[in-house]
Write a protein that binds this ligand. Structure first.
Ligand code: SF4
Length: 143
């Protein structure tokens, strides 16, 4: 769970931990990714680490030690897939974006709005889909 990963990072003074499945490192989880997941409404005590997992460039395929992996993650954090979104005045309150990605979009009185400052990686595809499906192109995705 995310809370256990956060506890271990605190205990060992790390900003990231490798995530291992079947004796293979499949990615890393960072303190920033956990914070974003919590900000998006995930419960850290019940949400598995995979929802804040960063795969790809930070993957420890060469058996690097935890500290080295954490350093790599820090190096890559500025390149991490950051995504933001906003809803323009063209919104007609159809609610489609909330149906597709309720973790990111919510209906307000006049129009939909984005309820997170940065969209956590697990929800980025759904947020992009919501933008693509918006009938008035009112959702602006910023990377
Ligand atoms: S899909 Fe577009 S028009 Fe519909 S509520 Fe969302 S932002 Fe507004």
């Amino acid at each position: 769970m995310l809370s256990e990963a956060a506890d271990r990072m605190r205990k060992f003074g790390l900003d990231a931990l490798p995530v291992v499945e079947d004796n293979e490192t499949v990615g890393t989880v960072t303190d920033h990714a956990i914070a974003r997941a919590v900000a998006a409404g995930m419960n850290p005590r019940t949400t598995p680490v995979k929802y804040a997992l960063t795969r790809d460039t930070a993957q420890d395929s060469q058996g690097k030690r935890v500290g080295e992996t954490a350093r790599i993650v820090e190096d890559h954090q500025c390149k991490e897939n950051l995504m933001k979104a906003r809803v323009t005045e063209d919104c007609i309150s159809c609610g489609r974006c909330v149906e597709i990605c309720p973790e990111v979009f919510e209906m307000g009185e006049d129009r939909a709005f984005v309820k997170v400052s940065e969209i956590p990686e697990p929800y980025q595809d759904a947020a992009q889909e919501a933008a693509d499906e918006c009938p008035t192109s009112a959702i602006i995705i910023e990377r």
